[in-house]
Design a protein around this ligand. Structure first.
Ligand SMILES: [Cu+2]
Length: 219
């Protein structure tokens, strides 16, 4: 009886070890066309075997409109997240969110969202409104009144979608080992490049050159 219990414990320990070995940390450094680190890109890793990733938990995010800009210019959130828009300028802004890139051209009339926020009056709290993002994909933000205003929301249903930092680095946790596809999304990339084949091992760290050359944001 005792031996049987022990073997059960051993089997559980082996299963734990096997489980630990299957999930890897992947560190990707993206490079722009000029070889400089590519910040504010979204790195997506998709296992080729079709492993359904665990759904990431929704979050609450805030995007402000201030000095004619959306801040932050890019927000990455899990699907189902709520995003609050707050207008800190003294004047009115519209906010429209439409599927970004080519998807926006074929988007139906009900796609995305639209709202309107009055300017902030002295001594009053700023106007704000909230939207829930129920569909995965990138959205472009704009304002009907001020055509120069541009922002982006990237809504993901995968935990293996991470934004690159100022050094161009994205670290993805818990990625299954084995063959995978690496995709890169960036606001200044008109058409997404073909995915890069990737073999995920316990120690995966690589630099990935891209053809993306980010436009400078106006000051
Ligand atoms: Cu505006």
């Amino acid at each position: 009886m005792k031996a049987r219990v022990l073997s059960g414990v051993a089997a559980a320990a082996l299963a734990l070890l096997a489980g630990a070995a299957q999930a890897a940390t992947v560190q990707i450094t993206l490079l722009a066309r000029d070889g400089q680190p590519l910040a504010d890109a979204v790195v997506l890793v998709e296992p080729v075997n079709g492993t359904k990733p665990p759904a990431p938990a929704p979050v609450q995010a805030t995007i402000t409109q201030q000095k004619m800009r959306f801040d932050p210019a890019l927000t990455l959130v899990p699907v189902g997240s709520r995003v609050r828009f707050t207008n800190l300028d003294d004047w009115e802004h519209h906010v429209r969110g439409l599927p970004a890139g080519l998807a926006g051209l074929s988007a139906g009339p009900g796609a995305g969202f639209e709202l309107r926020l009055g300017g902030k009056a002295d001594g009053q709290p700023p106007e704000s409104a909230e939207v829930t993002l129920g569909q995965a994909g990138p959205l472009q933000l704009g304002c009907h009144i001020h055509g120069s205003m541009r922002g982006f929301l990237f809504v993901t249903d995968s935990p293996w979608a991470v934004r690159t930092d100022a050094a161009g680095v994205a670290t993805l946790q818990g990625v299954p080992e084995g063959a995978a596809r690496l995709r890169v999304w960036h606001t200044d990339q008109l058409v997404e490049a073909a995915p890069t084949a990737l073999n995920v091992t316990p120690l995966t760290a690589l630099s990935v050159p891209t053809q993306v050359q980010p436009r400078r944001r106006r000051p």
